[in-house]
Each structure stands twice: as structure tokens, then as C-alpha cells.
Design a protein around this ligand. Sequence first.
Ligand SMILES: *[C@@H]1O[C@H](CO)[C@@H](O)[C@H](O)[C@H]1NC(C)=O
Ligand SMILES: *[C@@H]1O[C@H](CO)[C@@H](O)[C@H](O)[C@H]1NC(C)=O
Ligand SMILES: *[C@@H]1O[C@H](CO)[C@@H](O)[C@H](O)[C@H]1NC(C)=O
Length: 361
Amino acid sequence: MRSSSHVLPLGVLTALLLSQVCSGIKWLALSHAPASLHINQTQHCKLLPGMVSSQAQLCRSNLELMQTIIQAAREVKKTCQKTFADMRWNCSSIDIPGDAPKYRPDLDRGTREAAFVYALSAATISHTIARACTSGDLRLCTCGPIPAQILEPGYRWGGCADNLHYGLIMGSKFSDAPMKMKRAGSHCQQTDASTQQRSRETSKQLVFLDAKVQVLREALVMKCKCHGVSGSCSIRTCWRGLQDLREIAMDLKTKYLSATKVVHRPTGTRKQLVPKDIDIRPVRENELVYLQSSPDFCTRNDKQGSIGTQDRQCNKTSVGSDSCDLMCCGRGYNPYTEKLVERCHCKYHWCCYVTCKNDGQ
Ligand SMILES: *[C@@H]1O[C@H](CO)[C@@H](O)[C@H](O)[C@H]1NC(C)=O
Ligand SMILES: *[C@@H]1O[C@H](CO)[C@@H](O)[C@H](O)[C@H]1NC(C)=O
Ligand SMILES: *[C@@H]1O[C@H](CO)[C@@H](O)[C@H](O)[C@H]1NC(C)=O
């Protein structure tokens, strides 16, 4: 008999449908909003790319929030690409155009890459809103509540806590809006009959756990500041603050690397996700799981969403994923040396010019 601890019953965990995943990241097209656009009139909502009607409605009733959400979309793209700069899959497909959303096979299937991007997007929108509350950019929210927990002597609550509660409510309201529409599946752009067929087959399948709440709870840490005469630190004021997005993304990357492959197993009327390899330890709530294996991303394969690693830079001395062996998949590589000349020892001469030595001379 199979151990029940390997089974992830619905209801305990929030699982997502495949169709919800691609509609849940569509708002990332907002990163293409014109930089000069200052959203202070409801007509401006029409100028924003990639939104479904319920999101446009949210835009009209929450104008003040939109600048923060656009900033979050840009942040997701930047953070994802930075976090994966040393990997074969480098998050290039996250650049979702607003006008013609094209089919992105690496993100529109239940892959571990999709699981990462979805979790990062969901975490980022709530994180950015929570931080905007703290910094006073939003008039609708303020600092988070003071925790009920009693602190040790010498410590007291103070400062301004990041308002994760408000961030989660407003972030989910916006990014989950397309999923609440009846035909959520229509937001996954499908290009041909075979992918449509595949989509129908898998649309009933659960792709992965909605890890965002868990991910952000873990990222809420106690931060303290010293007070007292001449830095004696006799009293500390503390608040609950979110870790930086970069750290959250690195944690998610670790989860990505150890993600568990699961299969969908309907048992009677219940739907269950079970790890494919039954011998491994049970999947925990804060882990990433995926249904479809990814290609190795070594060579170009448009159907599978791989652009390959040709022309990528590798690091000859690294032993990690950016090493030349791993990045170039054993195909060999062209070494080159680059001589950088930097200006240094600059001197200002009266009047008015500057002379510098060039480094390395
Ligand atoms: C909207 O913002 C722009 C740019 O900051 C400003 O010039 C304009 O007066 C604002 N309009 C309203 C209605 O507040
Ligand atoms: C990702 O890799 C491709 C080549 O495989 C390259 O063209 C692109 O510039 C890279 N993107 C980033 C953000 O590094
Ligand atoms: C290459 O890898 C080495 C060893 O990990 C590291 O010290 C160095 O900074 C890397 N170089 C670049 C250009 O990333």
C-alpha cells in the first residue's frame, strides 16, 4: 500500500490549473507600459498592455496602485533574468509582449520553469505593494500591524512593518483576476491544433502548488535597529520586514533546483498530486512541483521553448552551472581574453581639465 503521506490532497493545499498559470503571469506584459505614463486618470487604464477586462476594472478603481504594479512587472523580469544569468535557461521568454502574446512553450506548460516564474511573479507583486505601503507611496495603506508576540527585555516593537497582509490581498486580487473569469483557458495563446489538443488534455491537471503565501511568510523576518547612548545598543526597536526580492528569488531558485515531479492521479472523486517517484520524501507545502519535464536547453527547440546556449558566455574557471562544460553542453567553446582599460589616479587641473592614468600601464 502507498503511504498516505506521499499524497497531496486538494483542499489542504491550493493547487493551480495549467490554464491558471499562463493567465496568472500575463500581467507581466505591464513591464512594457510606457515609462512616461503617469497613471492618474481612468482613461490611462486603456493604455496599459496585457490586462484582461477585470484587471482593467481594478485599474480604474485603484489608480494609485497601478504604478506599483507596473514597477512589480519590471521587477519580476529583471530579477528572473539576474537570478538565472548563470543557467542554460536564462528566463529570456519572460519578456511578454502586450499586443501579441505569443505561445511560450517553456512557460505555458507545467514545467519547473513555469512554476518558478509563477511563484516569483506572485511573490513580487505582493512584495512590491507591501513595500510601497511602508515607504508611503500608497495612501491606501500604512505600516503593518504590531505583532502580539512579547519580545525579550531590551527589545521592543517599533518602526514600520512591511504590510504583507495588504500586499497579499491586493496582489492576488490583481494577478489572480484572469483566473476568476469563466474561460480562463482562453488566455493561454495556442498556435496550432496539436497544442490545443494537448491543452484540453492537461487543462484538468493540476500543475503546482500555489506557493506564494508560504514563500512570503518565510521572507518576513525580524529586523532591528540599535538605540542607546553612543551606539551602546541598550535598546533595540524591531519590526517585521520582508527580505529583499533578490534573496526571495534565490530561495525560489533553490526550490526550482530541487522541485519534485508529480503526476495527477484521480482516485474516485478526489484529485490528487503524487510524486512520480514514490520513494522520495513527501512534498512539503512550500516546495515547487511540476508535471512536465523540461528539455536540457542545450540546443534550439522552438516547440519545447528552448533557445539553446549558442553564443552564451561561459566562465572557464567556474565549477558551477555557468562553467564552460555545463553551459556549452560539452560542444566546446571559443576562449577570448579581453583587456579592459580603466581610468584611475585622476587629477583635476586648474582650470579646467582632468588627467588620468590608464590602469595596467
Ligand atoms: C496627471 O499627472 C500628470 C503628470 O504628472 C500631470 O501633469 C497632470 O496634471 C495630472 N492630472 C491629474 C488629473 O491629476
Ligand atoms: C539568454 O540567452 C540568449 C542566448 O541563448 C541570449 O541571446 C540572451 O541575451 C540571454 N538573455 C539574458 C537576459 O541574458
Ligand atoms: C568565474 O568563476 C570564478 C570562480 O567561481 C569567479 O571567481 C569569477 O568571478 C567568475 N568570473 C565571471 C566573469 O563571472
